[in-house]
Design a protein around this ligand. Structure first.
Ligand code: HEM
Length: 507
């Protein structure tokens, strides 16, 4: 069998000992694109050296399934990078489901919360989901969510454009689904969903720089007054700690009354016990968990933002989506009350083209791009190679979803590829190649919920408005040049879109 040093590797730095650190430093924000370029040149398994550490990046669906799925090659999440995200919640020493290093504790949390995300739980919450997301349309229609761009110059005759920061609007509404629905804790007056969404998003973006630029971590955490960004980080963290504290107290208040048959998220979290001591989770442990639940949801806004962005670039696909909505009894004439009345879990199943567009957006711009590095804790088979313990393996979801050996014309937006019912699997091996939610036991616990949330949002937003890329984005080039792989794949300044209300006449 071949070993680690047989794995193809790009040219490293001319400075001995740095390995590929300089190349990665040059691609701090868009490492996912650099990984894909390396795969295109060196193949589906590539070795990188970052100072003293070996990292093996993987774009092969079958090898990725072996590393992430159950079996002899499964690797745990125990890479130090995950724990850096714990700096964002401010509960020293506490991991949460996504960052947990202790497998027994991860299992306990996963087992406890999984029933809250089953399809029947999502069905029960459907009315809350529709109500919370209708608010986004209402806020846009009333102008509350709209800003106006400045005309390019005072002499310019063009009037200013209405612009909506769509990812943040959706994130705030998604937090309402979490509080009003999953936690049964109406957030009205308890916390400001918009401020919480903005702060959570910024905290994660800053913490992500601790992974790619480790020196920032020491500077920001050790010298909070150092610079404006550091002071902002600490102020946002204080705000988030007060929000998570209120939510944790609400969860604790459910303990005396929550029945064992209540599998809502709040009740499930209230029953959680530390596997090592059997003690109920402390307030701080719950705060850490709640924080991760909050930031884990940012993938929904980004998935929808990327889908709308793609539709702004492909008007023929937008027209096809509208025709499908109307044929399914979902009016696209700006009448929010009519579309919400017609919307149901069943009507969502009658939308194969909308689903294909969503899948294509999740393939081209997978929101959970950075979630899957793992640690080899024993000698591990990575395809034809034997890799020693201590090596980090990274089945990169972005590469798997965009590598030319896995897909025909992967860089093209082709919703029609999803007409093939087997499109989600690799024809050579039968392994999953459509993997935006990850693979195996640690894959996204809320994927059914997430798909329903994305579809409801798209139906409401597309039936009420037509969308264009806001002028401040600088066209598609501007969007792509500002794409950042933080915990989510996002645009650095957010996704600003210009809505135009639909009218009955236009239908
Ligand atoms: C389109 C939206 C979403 C995408 C693309 C997405 C993607 C992912 C990915 C790639 C992972 C990591 C898998 C791994 O490490 O192998 C993950 C984990 C997770 N996601 Fe999502 N996610 C989405 C929405 C959500 C929502 C709405 C929630 C909560 C309400 C959520 C909660 C979680 C949790 C708790 C985990 C950790 C699971 C575990 O460690 O067992 N996600 N997600």
């Amino acid at each position: 069998m071949l070993d680690l040093l047989d794995i193809p590797t790009p040219w490293g730095s001319p400075f001995i000992g740095l390995g590929h650190l300089l190349q990665m430093a040059l691609h701090v924000s868009n490492g996912h694109e650099q990984f894909l370029k390396w795969h295109e040149v060196y193949g589906p398994i590539v070795r990188l050296r970052l100072l003293y550490r070996d990292v093996v990046i993987v774009a092969d669906p079958q090898v990725a399934s072996e590393l992430l799925g159950k079996g002899p090659n499964e690797c745990p999440r125990r890479t130090p990078e995950y724990t850096l995200f714990n700096a964002a919640h401010g509960m020293p020493g506490y991991g949460a489901i996504l960052t947990e290093q202790d497998e027994e504790r991860w299992k306990a949390i996963r087992r406890a919360i999984a029933p809250a995300f089953t399809l029947s739980a999502v069905r029960d919450l459907f009315p809350t989901i529709v109500t919370c997301y209708s608010e986004v349309c209402k806020r846009i229609s009333s102008g509350e969510a709209v800003q106006y761009s400045k005309p390019r110059s005072s002499s310019s005759s063009s009037s200013s454009e209405p612009e909506v920061l769509i990812d943040e609007e959706i994130f705030a509404a998604t937090l309402r689904v979490l509080s009003d629905g999953f936690l049964r804790m109406p957030q009205q007056g308890v916390f400001d969903a918009h401020k919480t969404a903005a702060d959570a998003s910024s905290l994660i973006a800053i913490t992500n720089t601790f992974v790619t630029q480790p020196w920032k971590r020491w500077l920001y955490l050790g010298m909070p007054w150092l610079c404006k960004e550091s002071r902002t980080f600490h102020a946002q963290r204080r705000h988030m700690m007060s929000v998570t504290h209120q939510i944790a107290q609400h969860i604790e208040s459910l303990r005396p009354t929550a029945s064992a048959a209540d599998f809502s998220l709040g009740a499930s979290l209230s029953r959680l016990r530390e596997p090592s001591s059997g003690q109920l989770f402390s307030t701080q442990a719950l705060q850490a968990e709640v924080f991760l639940e909050i930031v884990g949801q940012e993938s929904v806004p980004w998935t929808v933002a990327w889908t709308l962005y793609l539709l702004t670039q492909h008007p023929e696909a937008e027209q096809a989506v509208l025709q499908e909505l109307v044929a399914a009894g979902l009016p696209c004439n700006g009448d929010l009350a009519a579309v919400t009345a017609a919307l149901s879990m069943d009507s969502l199943r009658q939308l194969p083209f909308l689903t294909a567009v969503l899948h294509e957006a999740m393939r081209l711009f997978p929101a959970g791009v950075a979630a899957t590095p793992r640690m080899c804790e024993k000698v591990t088979k990575v395809g034809p190679y034997q890799v020693p313990a201590g090596v980090i393996v990274f089945p990169c979801l972005y590469s798997i979803l965009n590598y030319s050996a896995n897909w025909d014309s992967p860089q093209q937006f082709k919703p029609e590829r999803w007409q093939d019912p087997s499109a989600a699997t690799d024809p050579r091996t039968g392994s999953p190649r459509f993997v935006p939610f990850g693979i195996g036991p640690k894959a996204c616990v809320a994927q059914q919920l997430a798909m329903v949330q994305c579809k409801v949002l798209l139906v409401l937003l597309l039936s009420c408005f037509s969308w264009r890329l806001a002028p401040r984005m600088g066209g598609p080039q501007g969007v792509l040049s500002q794409t950042v792989a933080a915990l989510e794949l996002r645009v650095a300044q957010g996704m600003w879109l210009t809505p135009t209300p639909r009218s009955a006449a236009a239908q």
